[in-house]
Design a protein around this ligand. Structure first.
Ligand code: ZN
Length: 151
């Protein structure tokens, strides 16, 4: 990691702190050449394995983009999208896996999306759970009604 001020590649760690319940380590560094300080952040990479076998880093933006389509015309604002993406990432990271198939990211979206907007959830679920008939929708809607009654 090069010093952002003078591009020197050597630095000394002066402070190290865990954040996000230890999932992220933030280090305060001091450049050995110019003496200025900067902060680096280190976190385990969560990789998404696509159907083709190619992996890419998990991206909250991609979650938001995927969900945004299902939310078209629904009263869902940007904050809600960001919050949902955060919940999805947390739920995946909490399973402790380093790699996750892309379709499982889709499944991890279902719960938080259901809490957010039921219409968007049904649209999204119809793709990810491969709804093939009206009965699939009816069953899902019945489940949603059941969940609403429990509240
Ligand atoms: Zn420097």
């Amino acid at each position: 990691m090069r010093c952002p001020f003078c591009r020197n590649s050597e630095s000394r760690v002066v402070d190290s702190r865990e954040v996000d319940e230890g999932q992220v380590i933030r280090r305060r560094r001091s450049c050995t050449t110019c003496g200025r300080r900067f902060t680096t952040v280190e976190e385990a990479v969560l990789a998404v394995v696509k159907r083709s076998g190619v992996t890419e880093p998990f991206s909250r933006d991609k979650v938001v983009n995927g969900v945004r389509r299902a939310c078209q015309g629904r009263p869902v604002d940007d904050d809600a999208f960001q919050h949902l993406a955060h919940r999805v990432e947390e739920s995946i990271r909490s399973t402790g896996v380093a790699e996750i198939p892309s379709h499982e990211v889709g499944l991890a979206i279902l719960g938080p999306l259901r809490d957010l907007d039921e219409v968007a959830y049904l649209r999204f679920a119809s793709v990810y759970r491969s709804f093939s008939s009206v009965e699939d929708f009816e069953k899902e809607i019945a489940d949603l009604r059941g969940a609403a009654r429990d509240d």
